[in-house]
Design a protein around this ligand. Sequence first.
Ligand code: WT7
Length: 648
Amino acid sequence: MSNESLANLLKEERRFAPPADLAAGANVTAEAYEQAKADRLGFWAEQARRLTWAKEPTETLDWSNPPFAKWFKDGTLNVAYNCVDRHVEAGNGDRVAIHFEGEPGDSRAITYAELKDEVSRAANALLELGVQKGDRVAIYMPMIPETAIAMLACARIGAAHSVVFGGFSADALATRIQDADAKVVITADGGYRRGKPSALKPAVDEAIGRVDNVRNVLVVRRTGQEVAWDDSRDLWWHEVVGRQSAEHTPEAFEAEHPLFILYTSGTTGKPKGILHTSGGYLTQVAYTHWAVFDLKPETDVYWCTADVGWVTGHSYIVYGPLANGGTQVMYEGTPDTPHQGRFWEIVQKYKVTILYTAPTAIRTFMKWGDDIPAKFDLSSLRVLGSVGEPINPEAWIWYRKNIGADRTPVVDTWWQTETGGIMISPLPGVTEAKPGSAQRPLPGISATVVDDEANEVPNGGGGYLVLTEPWPSMLRTIWGDDQRFIDTYWSRFEDRYFAGDGAKKDDDGDIWLLGRVDDVMLVSGHNISTTEVESALVSHPSVAEAAVVGAADETTGQAIVAFVILRGTAAETEDLVAELRNHVGATLGPIAKPKRILPVAELPKTRSGKIMRRLLRDVAENRQLGDVTTLTDSAVMDLIQAKLPAAP
Ligand code: WT7
């Protein structure tokens, strides 16, 4: 990446210091960096003491067989006890753990005492079904409290869960059930999405036909819709769980006991079952949730809008917040049901203080207009978080201004399914924030940027993001495939974890993420990141969202092709397209001017909100579309292709 374009990305030069009151009472101060730097393992040993161990660990890290780490290996604990029972024992049983808001408007508040009873009942039910320590249970659910309860019940009895996002097909579900060899599937009749019940059980029925060892399907009744029933296998949750005792004594497991498998689709090959274990994982998610969001469990109302089916939901809906004894909101549905102000209505209703969402959602809210959040009282908010992809400086500023009243810190948190917990992020009471940058590895985390030859780049340089020391919540392997674990993450650079993301260091040494390395374009010998060109486009007042790809080009190697969604009022004219090209040229330099810009109505996204550039590249190169099964809405691609003949 040329230094020229780095300078340009940093054109947004405003800096945002932490609010004085927040800084004064912050959980974490700048000292934490120093402390962790002086004694990294000592720092993590101290963080592990946030947890309640049945046997306290004496060894922090065993790295004698890299890249297979063992954290806190002689310690034992029960993860569910840490997330539930100990808060009740500490006298906080009446504190609300989950404020559930159903899409149709139904709501339920579940206290820690109630959660303890429910998790215990569900654990007893799983035991009755013959689930044992070390088994796997698949969970295919809507966003309802029973999903968290099911996960915690598995953790309580030492069975690893494999949550499969409820939007995935029967096919994807079958592959994942089979790979993990799950014995039981927990599902629901359906959930509410976009104002309608959306079925889940039919996909389970179809998937079960293709797998070997599923003995039972436990079905939560959420929507009351008709379901096909197989008496030999299917059981209603309310019957089986409902009749169990609320007493269950949690057993302590080793720190390295498997907690869950979560599949990442990746761009190639079969899905990778990312394995996370117990003690190190819980230590890091508890610490980071407390540090990055400045969580005050007695007073904060935290809301993470992710689905529990993604790692964000595992770490920052279930395990982190509950380990910390926090109060949170869980919302079942979509942000525009029944109206585009639904999120803000929820913030107002529950007086949410910490909001954690994704850039794709933020850009959607920008598109819908500033007047929508302006109708609601958002004054309770004090920290805003972002996760999932690089946040364009434009979207960052919009978020802070329109949701955070130009007052709240925005923390841009970089991490992955594989890292288990947040790795690079500002700290809200410490960091002078730079819009668009995740900035600094958290205390206890070591990351840097290297070039092709694995040399660390100087400030101002760009290359690949690597993690240089093991961390407690790191993946332990790919389920059933140690070699693939080594090949995928530990072979590109010796002794370093290769994250697959492009990144740069600015002059202060702060880190800017540039998207997956597969998304970097090579135009006339220059590396240009898709993220940069997208940010340049989005910084134009007429553009709401942009996706950029490099398409094979005879003269330049690759040519930049941009797909843009215009803001409500902008007219789709040739003049505007020319203006946008010039705008990118003026922002990033002439080399970055897109060869083609196509205004479109929607962009193809995965169900987790990531733009599928692979499909756009197929379109731009006039190829038959590749696999579209993980797309949220496949009609989007028809609309985009219909646009093509008009292109120059
Ligand atoms: C990839 C991991 C982390 C939970 C959700 C996604 C991208 C994630 C950021 C960020 C820039 C980000 C990276 C990463 N990513 N957060 N704050 N800034 N990029 O988990 O599905 O495993 O995806 O998401 O490319 O490698 P995931």
